[in-house]
Structures are given as C-alpha cells and as structure tokens.
Design a protein around this ligand. Structure first.
Ligand SMILES: [Zn+2]
Ligand SMILES: [Zn+2]
Length: 194
C-alpha cells in the first residue's frame, strides 16, 4: 500500500491523520511516532517553556553543553573563583556583553579559562601565540620607536582635498589614477615589519 494512503490515530489528539503527518520513528507503527507532528511540536514547546522557566539560560546552556560540556552556572562559578576575567580581571564580560567567553585550546580540546570579550578578541588577534604576545610586550616596553609627534599644519590645498568628496577627486583625476593609488596603498609595508 503506498504510504500516502496510510492513516494513523494520534495518541494525543486522537485525530485520524495521514501518515505523513507523523514524524518518522524506527519503532513506531508504520515507522512513525505515536503523536502527530502538531502534537509533537506542542510537546516540545511545553517542555521548552518549562525548562526556560526553570533556567532562563537554557538555550545558551544547551549550546555550552554541546560545545564545551559545561553550563553557564559553572562558568559563573569559575568567574567568581578567579575574580573576573582571567587576564585583565574585569568583573563583567564587557560593555554590552551578556556572556563570558569560554576560551579553549583547539589542539588539546581543553578549556583554558573564562575571559572577557576584549581579552578573548585580543588573544585571537595575536593568533593565540605566546611568541607573538611576548614580541608585543617587547615592542611596547623596549622596541618602541618613541618618535615625538609633531603635528603639522595642513596647507589650505591639502585641507581642501581632505574635505573633498572622494567621488569628486576620482572624477577630476580619473579612475586609472584612483586604481593606482589603491595599488600603492595595498603594496605599502612599514619598515622593520615582522
Ligand atoms: Zn495529534
Ligand atoms: Zn579581560
């Protein structure tokens, strides 16, 4: 019998419905679930609402459990235990940030710690590399050039260019000039670059 003609009674709403109105299940009659799709969805919604009432962070917790195997409550405990961000010590995850970041080591698949958003972004910007971070410290403390800043007065001509709309400049100098400028900017490298 083709499956589209098969019907089945829903164990929850007791309505007779086409078999396609039931989610597939290995052990159910005609390999379908006992309750219809609509009732299944209502069931999920009820259990979700109940879980959300018990724990407003349920969705984040599901994500955290799936990814790291810990919950937001455990993260908060870690934050308390280590007095805030484990790098900078701030007591909140960042301006406008709701959640602390779980920093993990991709190689060893371990949780390294809990960080504020800024420190987490910082680690990422430095490729999570102790060598580059050490080089950054050397740069900040010893290697810095410390050239005194002497802001110069911009001539009227340059000021005019500054206030110009870029479209006007391109119109005046041509697209070839503009493309060349872009090429030069892209090719520019600071001296002594790493
Ligand atoms: Zn039903
Ligand atoms: Zn921090």
């Amino acid at each position: 019998m083709p499956s589209e003609n098969l019907t089945k009674f829903c164990s929850v709403c007791h309505k007779e419905k086409n078999i396609t109105e039931f989610y597939k299940a290995k052990d159910g009659t005609h390999n379908r679930r006992g309750e219809c799709r609509a009732c299944t969805r209502i069931g999920y919604k009820i259990s979700y609402d109940r879980l959300k009432k018990e724990n407003p962070n349920i969705l984040r917790d599901i994500h955290l459990l799936k990814t790291y195997g810990i919950t937001s409550k455990e993260i908060n405990t870690l934050v308390k235990e280590y007095n805030g961000c484990m790098i900078c010590g701030r007591k909140d995850p960042g301006v406008k940030e709701k959640n602390w970041h779980v920093d993990h080591d991709k190689k060893t698949k371990t949780i390294r710690g809990v960080l504020c958003m800024g420190c987490n972004t910082g680690l990422g910007a430095f490729n999570e590399s102790p060598e580059v971070l050490r080089a950054a410290i050397t740069y900040l403390t010893e290697k810095k050039l410390a050239i005194p800043m002497k802001p110069k007065k911009v001539t009227r001509r340059l000021k005019k260019i500054q206030n110009y709309d870029l479209r006007d400049i391109i119109k005046e100098k041509g697209t070839e000039w503009f493309e060349n400028e872009i090429k030069n900017i892209r090719a520019w490298k600071p001296k002594n670059a790493l």
